[in-house]
Design a protein around this ligand. Structure first.
Ligand code: TMP
Length: 239
């Protein structure tokens, strides 16, 4: 596999073409942004942690029947993935009230939800990734009924699998964001990343935040939190 020209540079990752038209290389950066790019910084070691953690979780999900874009870890910060067209939705699953849900509905952060809450945002930086519902998604043609049903089903299954996995690491999976893609063959797969950038992870004993909220909220100890999640995962994950 030969890495070729850069196709895209996002806030936390770069994507490169390869000599295989069906495969791309994702390269994870230490750069961090929040509030739609308004706040910028770096989190030393984040690229390698997010790459390794995403791949460990994608492998775990594949074993449990969730199709993903994962192909092969190439280096500490680079992974070969299937080329997909991203469904332009951020799919958010929540188990405990926090962040924008707490703000929107006036719920205390940490309040358990009676059942998982699923939300969709339209992926558009210029619009600030606005909240949308099923009828927007279908009317705009961002997805169709059958695909949206599959996205919902996968998202809730991913939640059940990851919640249990993090529980065994002494971590509460508060909420997270997923993205899905369509392969050249038209198959829906889980794409993007699953990391402390895209999940809220709280220590089960102390409630300490072990995720990007430490960066968003200027809490300090950002690198140490990412390393702590990776340490627990490495101790727990099958090779
Ligand atoms: P929110 O409470 O700010 O809506 O975030 C919900 C979850 O989604 C949280 O785990 C962080 C994640 N997230 C992203 O991965 N990317 C984003 O751009 C935002 C706003 C949230």
């Amino acid at each position: 596999m030969e890495k070729r020209n850069q196709l895209y540079e996002g806030k936390a990752k770069k994507v490169f073409a390869t000599d295989d038209p069906e495969a791309l290389v994702v390269s994870y950066k230490d750069d961090a942004t929040a509030f739609n790019g308004l706040k910028k910084g770096t989190i030393a070691g984040k690229g390698a942690i997010n790459n390794r953690m995403t791949n460990a979780l994608m492998r775990l999900l594949e074993r449990d029947g969730i199709p993903t874009h994962f192909l092969e870890e190439l280096s500490p910060t680079e992974t070969l993935v299937k080329r997909v067209t991203i469904v332009p939705l951020e799919v958010i699953v929540r188990n405990i009230a926090a962040g924008s849900l707490s703000k929107r509905l006036g719920l205390e952060e940490g309040k358990p939800l009676a059942r998982p809450v699923l939300e969709f945002c339209y992926k558009d930086d210029a619009l600030g990734d606005p909240f949308v519902n099923d009828s927007h998604i279908l009317a705009m043609g961002w997805s169709d009924e059958a695909e949206l049903a599959a996205i919902r089903d996968f998202a809730l299954r991913v939640n059940a699998i990851l919640r249990e996995f993090f529980r065994t690491m002494g971590i509460v999976l508060v909420d997270f964001k997923l993205e899905f893609g369509r392969t050249g063959g038209g198959k829906l797969v889980l794409a993007d990343e699953i990391s402390p950038d895209t999940c809220r992870l709280w220590d089960a004993e102390t409630g300490e935040k072990l995720d990007k909220d430490r960066f968003r909220r200027d809490m300090g100890g950002v690198e140490a939190a990412y390393r702590e999640v990776m340490r627990r995962l490495a101790a727990r994950a099958a090779p």
